[in-house]
Write a protein that binds this ligand. Structure first.
Ligand code: HSE
Length: 327
């Protein structure tokens, strides 16, 4: 840290939905639901974390917290030592639901650390490529990190040791609805259900649909039902989230709504394309008309939430304050 580096920063990071069906470990969408993290440098070596909202009762309040671990890794990548910090988290992204809460924490930590290191000026000047590269390395896969950093619809991949991402503009006609159950599922457990290999036909089917997915999300949303079909992961994960897979089948087969498992689940993401689009489930409906409602569908209670696509990705709130908080 230099003498001129800011000593306080506030970062906002969006929820994300990875995979979108056939884009396994590659495609992602940023959603307008945000975590906020404020970090202030202390005069000592102590790390203190305050948490409001999701995970407040269970997450660590010290250097083991994921935001702090990401900050430490970022300082070390620059050959520096993380100073003592006060970290305040307002968590709104649900945990263990496939909405990118860990990517959100990691991207927040990396961004905050780079600001405190004096490597960022804030706002539009944020070096998103560098934040993405560091965050993807820490997370170990890039599909949530990419939309969290760049916003919108992203594709991400790895070439050799390098992580890369391509942000694309989603069609304004795509209107996501997330259906979030109470139950949680860890990404690790969901990955443990995947087979070592899949039949050639499933791989070729899914490759074709992944290509179609890019066209559908960016300009042909009328193709989303075909474009979100997958044979690589969702059915293998059914034992860990039977209600989610059942809801997806109901939405897709009975109602023609492009619905997928969000990331590693168990949240269901429906990509509706008109405000009135609605579905009848066992005992409820899912539509853009539901605003933060709870519905019983497929034998489970879902928190149903129409949500806009976040266009901007990680953001440093009040970037101008970065120039006036030096102490
Ligand atoms: N693509 C991941 C998975 C989601 O489905 O396991 C979290 O990045």
């Amino acid at each position: 840290m230099s003498q001129q580096s800011p000593t306080r920063v506030r970062v906002r990071t969006p929820a994300t939905s990875a995979n979108l069906g056939p884009g396994f470990d590659a495609a992602g969408l940023a959603l307008e639901l945000y975590d906020e993290v404020e970090v202030a440098v202390r005069g000592d070596d102590h790390v203190a974390v305050r948490i409001d909202g999701e995970g407040a009762d269970e997450l660590p309040r010290d250097a083991a917290h994921l935001v702090v671990r990401a900050m430490r890794a970022t300082f070390e990548a620059e050959g520096e030592r993380l100073p003592g910090v006060d970290v305040e988290c307002v968590n709104r992204v649900p945990h263990g639901r496939g909405l990118g809460s860990s990517a959100s924490a990691i991207v927040a930590g990396v961004t905050a650390a780079r600001v405190l290191l004096g490597r960022e000026n804030g706002g539009d000047e944020l070096d998103r490529d560098r934040v993405f590269e560091l965050a993807a390395r820490i997370e170990g896969h890039p599909d949530n990190v990419a939309p969290c950093v760049y916003g919108g619809f992203t594709l991400a991949w790895r070439t050799g040791e390098e992580w890369r991402a391509l942000p694309l503009a989603p069609s304004p006609r795509v209107r996501p609805v997330v259906c979030v159950p109470e139950e949680r599922l860890s990404t690790e457990a969901a990955r443990g259900l995947l087979p070592e290999s899949v039949p050639y036909g499933a791989a070729s089917f899914t490759a074709g649909r992944a290509a179609l997915l890019v066209a559908a999300v960016t300009g042909h949303p009328e193709l989303l039902l075909d474009a979100t079909a997958d044979q690589l992961h969702q059915s293998y994960r059914e034992p860990a989230m039977p209600a989610s897979v059942r809801l997806i089948r109901e939405l897709r087969e009975r109602e023609g709504i492009p619905a997928v498992i969000s990331g590693a689940g168990p949240t269901v993401l429906a990509l509706t394309t008109s405000p009135g689009e609605a579905v009848a489930g066992d005992a409820g409906r899912i539509s853009q008309d539901h605003v933060d409602s709870i519905s019983e569908v497929a034998g489970t209670s879902w928190h149903i939430r129409p949500i806009k696509i976040d266009p901007a990705g990680v953001w440093i709130s009040s970037p101008r304050s970065l120039t006036c908080v030096e102490e």
